[in-house]
Design a protein around this ligand. Structure first.
Ligand code: ZN
Length: 347
């Protein structure tokens, strides 16, 4: 509140009935003091003067203090902004309740993270830190020195170790209360159904289109929610798929791109920090789903362009009747390995 606001406040104040009432109170106080002094004098001129001198100042001081309190009270309120304080307190209480809800709920949750690389690293770390009770890790690769600029769950000392074991070591060091199951294998058509079955939800942290379509189809067929994400270059995207409540990945992208239609990650390059942002968003969505708080990214695709820092939520159609897997007449009713062939690129 600057000088103009204060002057404006008093300018408004003198126009209010409240202020006139306060002035009247002040005058009443002075009159009361005067009458008391007159009565004390009992008609004697010197005694009246003496009574006025004795009573009037005290009453004027009292009424002045009273008036000051009435004037200062709204001014103090204007400074403290009680409505905003109340709203802040309500927001803080709401945040506390949400935090407690998340803290109590996540321990019962189980999440399968498919891919222990750039996306899986932050996702696994944040889920472990949040206290998610059961985390599964699927990856058939080993840690390479070239991975370390973006796959932050691994360390130089663990180069050559299976990524799932390296990640499990980091998770256990961070939160020993988390149960970690590792699957040192590449996800494919033969094992996907068995891998996702024990878990509440799945995080797609893979680096290739074949795996993304495979995860989508398996999760939709199993009715299991999952969180999709992808990163190319400086751009990333996140979408949550809850079968029956919104579109799936195949509703939007329909089929794998043909070889040569999209650049590989090596051609496009991947910025490690962008993968970290997108993987963290996946963990956020997972915690929300487990705790049942907030609004998941269902029927919306969050896109992040790190070059411009444009972050958008792109609305998606809620229902795509001709989707091959979740449409009204699906053509994909089982996992056929022939539908998921794509050269991989390393994120
Ligand atoms: Zn669909």
């Amino acid at each position: 509140m600057n000088k103009q606001h204060i002057l404006g406040f008093f300018d408004d104040l003198v126009r209010t009935p409240v202020f006139l009432f306060l002035c009247a109170m002040f005058l009443c106080g002075a009159a009361a003091g005067g009458l008391t002094g007159l009565r004390a004098g009992e008609g004697d001129g010197a005694a009246v003067l003496s009574g006025l001198l004795a009573e009037l100042p005290a009453h004027v001081v009292q009424s002045t203090l009273c008036a000051l309190i009435w004037v200062l009270l709204p001014l103090v309120c204007a400074f403290l902004r009680p409505r905003e304080l109340l709203l802040s307190a309500v927001a803080a209480a709401r945040g506390f309740v949400l935090a407690m809800t998340v803290a109590v709920s996540v321990g019962e949750g189980s999440v399968l993270i498919i891919g222990a690389g750039g996306l899986g690293s932050p996702a696994a770390l944040y889920l472990a830190a949040a206290g998610v009770g059961h985390i599964g890790l699927v990856d058939g690769d080993v840690v390479d020195m070239s991975n370390l600029q973006r796959q932050i769950i691994h360390t130089t000392a663990r180069v050559g170790a299976p990524k799932v074991e390296s990640a499990a070591t980091a998770i256990r060091a961070l939160n020993p209360d988390v149960t970690v199951d590792t699957y040192y294998e590449l996800v494919d058509a033969s094992n996907i159904a068995g891998l996702i079955e024990p878990y509440d939800l799945v995080i797609d942290a893979t680096d290739n289109f074949a795996a993304k379509f495979l995860i989508n189809d398996a999760c939709v067929l199993a009715g299991k929610p999952y969180i999709h994400a992808g990163v190319v270059g400086f751009a990333g995207q996140v979408m949550t798929v809850i079968p029956g409540e919104g579109p799936c990945y195949r509703c939007i992208f329909r089929d794998l791109p043909a070889a040569g239609e999209i650049p590989t990650c090596k051609e496009a390059g991947v910025l490690g920090a962008v993968v970290g942002v997108i993987g963290s968003l996946e963990a956020t969505e997972a915690v929300k789903l487990i705790a049942g708080v907030g609004e998941p990214l269902v029927a919306r695709m969050l896109t992040v362009d790190a070059l411009t820092m444009n972050i958008r939520r792109v609305p998606l159609p809620k229902h795509v009747p001709d989707c091959p897997v979740c449409g009204e007449q699906p053509t994909i009713t089982a996992i056929d390995p022939a539908n998921y062939i794509q050269p991989a690129c390393a994120i």
